[in-house]
Structure formats: C-alpha cells, structure tokens
Design a protein around this ligand. Structure first.
Ligand code: ZN
Length: 400
C-alpha cells in the first residue's frame, strides 16, 4: 500500500496539515467551474454531441472499461464515435492521432491501448482538448459523436452529457476528502450536477448518495484470465492455487492490480516497473514461475515479443439498461436541434450526404448509392443497415 493510499482511507493527525491545501485546491476547482458557468471564460460548443466520462478520484480505473463499453454501444446504434483524451504527460504540443503503430514514448501506453481496443474509432490526444476535438473531426468527418476521456474539469469544451464512473470494490471514494488529504479530484457535491454516476459495487456508501445524480449499476467482470497468445484459453483464480505466480504492472496500474489479485485470493510475487515502462523480454524471466499475470492494458505493451506463460486480466463492463436510454435520449435531443447533413458524412467515402427526396428519414450518399436510415432521430451509419440504391433510379436532391 502506498503512503498516499494509507491516509486517503482514514483521518490521521497529518490531515490537519493537509486540509488547508485541500480546501484551497477544492476552492480553486469550484471557482473555475463557476466562472465558466457564468460565462466569464469562453467555451466552445462542437457540432457533434460530446459525452464526458471521468472518475471523481485520482486512482479509479473503472472509467476505461466504461469507455470501451460506451464505444461499442454507440457503434452498435450506428453512430461513429471518436475519443479525445489529455493523453500522456500532459503533452502541450499539437493534437496527436494515436494509432496502434504510434510510439509508446510519444503517446503513452494507455492511449495506445485505447487505440488498439477501439480499432475503428479514432483516438486523439493533447492538452488543448478543444484543438484536439476539432483536429479529430477535421481528419474524420464521418465521426459524429465524441467521448471526452478525463474531461470533467475541462470546462472550455461544452458537453452534452457528463458521466462519472466509481468502482466501490477497489479505490472507491476513500475518506471523502479532496486531494491531497483524500483521493477526490473535486468535492462530492459535484456528483449532484453530473448526468449519471455509474457504480461498480455497493451503491449505499457511508457518504450520502441520495443527493447524487442518478446512479446506474456497472458490473465489472474481472476474475477470468486469458492466455496472452490465445484469448479462448481461460483460467480462474482457483486454477492458480499451488502455482508459482508472479504479477507484473507498471506504477500507474500496480495499486489496483495487485490489490485486486489479493482480493481474488491469489498469492503472487509482485513486480512494479516505472510508469509507462517499455517492457522487455528479460522483465519476464524468473527462475521459478508457472504463471505470470498482467492487466490487459499492461500486457498490450508486450506485443512485440512472445511470453508463453503470460496470462492477462481483461476488465469488461456490463451496464444498467436504463443508462442506455439516458444516453440515447440525450443524443437524440442534441441531433434534433441540428441539420444532420451538416454534421454527418458517409462512413465509406467520407463525402457529404443528402436527405432522401421523399423520405427525410434517410441520409443518402450519391457516390456510394446508399441510403442510411434515421431511426428514432438517430442516423444509423452502417453499410449493412443502408438501403442499396444502385439498381433504382432514385432522384436525389439537396435540402436547402
Ligand atoms: Zn459515400
């Protein structure tokens, strides 16, 4: 347990020294937000819906599996999401597109892994989130919704929906204090104003949750390991009894990963490497080992070499069905106020679209001869769902 973890979960005499800094920090965060709400600082509204996904504590890892779920959910509804994030080391340069072939030292392991998991959704990073979003939309005109990872306090960019993920089974909200006295990045009162809180584990906490925004259940599956070279080959913690187990993580994920293995009853020798460590094969050479365990995110950094006894822990999120309705209603409301042909592009040729002549519930790509349906206010931009116009003399016209 790190020293910070020790005093983030209890009140100690040291807190009398930390509280003034926490109060000052919390005050600055609240004041900054108030200034944006009063319109004293300029904000940017993008032409597409923006969903902020964040955590309220510094160590909570549950927002990443939620983002992965959200990307798949939006794609299944025919939307084409993009992800923007602060990225690695608060890089202040120009916006960077992250692809699976990006350099880990330049973009950070987490962004690289997101790009790998969300293969057909663009991932862009940079400190100036407005510039990052605009660069992404310019490079990917077919992208029609953005997920702002880690953007709760980035008020320059307007958002249509704010969702906070909390994992009560791991970090939770500790002693309820703002950093440095506790793990909170802002006051718990902030949860009254977000649109949704997704929670893994118990909902009734010692802090009053009734005042918070609607809470939706998030079930995180994280007790099945799969083989690094064959995801169909799985083991459970029970299979690891009487095995010599080593667990490896970089500093960023070591806390939750090792605690989680202990919670699963797994006895292992733990090895921590520097944050964003570039793993080498020699990092995995132990004289006495049957099994090596890593998180899926860390294991992705070993993809350039083969380790036969490496098992990987994926974290999958299942989400309360009621939240799906909240998300869809919000997107529909945003789209209703817009002319869809101004913000949608063909997913195949990236070209402009037109409304159907007789049926305004379709968006038509003339060059691909496809009509994409608009179902309950949401355009379904999938070739498999589009109507083929190539054999019909469909007359097209552009709505002014
Ligand atoms: Zn097209």
């Amino acid at each position: 347990m790190k020293l910070s973890e020790f005093y983030w979960h209890r009140i100690t005499p040291l807190h009398f020294l930390l509280w003034p800094t926490s109060i000052l920090y919390g005050g600055i965060v609240s004041l900054k937000r108030l200034c944006y709400r009063l319109g004293l600082f300029p904000t940017t509204t993008l032409p597409v819906p923006v969903i902020v996904v964040d955590s309220i504590t510094v160590e909570d890892k549950s927002k990443t599996p939620f983002i992965l779920w959200l990307v798949e959910f939006l794609k299944a509804r025919g939307l084409r999401p993009g992800i923007i994030s602060r990225g690695f080391n608060d890089n202040t340069g120009t916006p960077i597109a992250v692809t699976t072939s990006s350099d880990q030292d330049a973009v950070g392991g987490k962004s690289l892994w997101l790009a790998h998991r969300c293969a057909d959704s663009p991932v862009w990073i940079g400190d100036d989130r407005v510039a990052v979003a605009e660069a992404l939309l310019k490079a990917h005109p077919d992208c029609n919704i953005l997920i702002n990872d880690d953007g709760l306090q980035y008020h320059q960019l307007e958002r249509d929906l704010e969702i906070v993920a909390i994992d009560y089974c791991e970090q939770n909200i500790g002693n309820g204090q703002i950093i440095p006295a506790g793990p909170l990045r802002e006051s718990l009162n902030r949860l009254q104003d977000v649109d949704a809180v997704v929670s893994n584990g118990k909902i009734n906490h010692k802090f009053d949750t009734e005042e918070w925004a609607s809470i939706y259940n998030m079930n995180l599956t994280k007790d099945i390991f799969h083989h690094n070279l064959d995801a169909r080959n799985c083991i459970t913690p029970a299979d690891l009894s009487n095995k010599r187990v080593h667990a490896i993580a970089d500093l960023d994920s070591a806390q939750w990963f090792f605690d989680h293995l202990l919670n699963l009853g797994i006895t292992a020798e733990f090895h921590t490497f520097a944050d964003n460590h570039r793993f080498k094969k020699k990092d995995f050479q132990f004289p006495d080992t049957d099994v090596i365990l890593m998180s899926e995110e860390d294991a992705f950094k070993t993809r350039s070499f083969t380790i036969n006894n490496l098992w990987v822990l994926p974290v999958e999120a299942q989400i309360d069905g009621a939240l799906r309705e909240v998300i869809i209603k919000n997107i529909r409301d945003k789209f209703q106020g817009l002319k869809l042909i101004n913000i949608m592009a063909c997913p195949l040729c990236k070209g402009p679209l037109r409304y159907g002549k007789s049926n305004k519930d379709e968006l038509i790509c003339q060059s691909d001869q496809l009509a994409f349906p608009i179902i309950e206010g949401i355009p379904v931009m999938q070739k498999s769902k589009a109507r083929d116009l190539s054999n019909k003399n469909e007359t097209l016209f552009k709505v002014a």
